[in-house]
Ligand binder design. Sequence first.
Ligand SMILES: [Zn+2]
Length: 317
Amino acid sequence: MVDLGFDLGGTKMAAGLLDEKGKLIHQVREKVGKITQADLVVSKMIEMISSLLSKASIESSQVRGAGIAVPGILDRKRGRVVMSPNLGFQQFPLVEKLQKKFSFPILLENDVNAGLWGEYATNLREYQNVLGVFPGTGIGGGIVIGGKLYRGASGNAGEVGHITLQREGPLCGCGELGHLEALASRTAMAKDAAFLISTGRLPPELAEYGTDFRNISSKFFAQALRMKQPDVMGIIDRAIEWMGLGIASMINILDPQVVVLGGGLVEKLGDYYVRKVEASMKSHAMPVIGSNVKVVAARLGDDAAIVGAALLSREGP
Ligand SMILES: [Zn+2]
């Protein structure tokens, strides 16, 4: 038997199969552009799952179950996507739609939880308590307590991006002010970088990214770091300091053994980012807790959500 994982991204989709040992044995990956109509998303998913099974010569009856990693707010018990604006889902019965085509059981999972679980199951099993933080467009998070994913009462626990750090701070995507996400996400950094570019202070290799913050990628920051461009390094270091402060607040509550940082920004900025977040976290956390917490980078990259969603589907709703 195999388990199927599907990573439903805003512009990229990927599906994979895991063998009994939890190893990823086949996968398909596609850039699909921006699809914002729910029914088109569903037909694309069906097409990709069918193509994965046929490429791997696996019958639908050999699939034990499937987990779908979805960026958004979910009602897991009813198999509905409550809200995922980038995909055009609102109160959408995704499981029911897919179940018309496939007979194996299908479960939904928050994409960040799936990613954290993939990372945990593959690389961090020796720890019982883990906090995952994934800075990108926003800042996603997830919590493992006692070797289990902690979902909370509504199923949406772990929203570390929306802890308040600065009461009158910058506007967050959620509408509140001064959240960690508004201070330390790649988007927050990109807004400051776009402003810097507009002042004409940056060298041409960096200025060519332009003044639209949406075009300022993790690559921009990695390049500035290599060039040791002082203004951009200031932006990176400020974001790191906020990130350390936010994580310190979280670990004072959770007392985990490990904090795992993941996503494109962390991959691109590497050790510089991870070590400095750790130092900032330790300087703000209660010493009795912070001094024992390790900060590590995620290792699975793009595969994490597929692996995690597939493994979580084994555990049922
Ligand atoms: Zn927020």
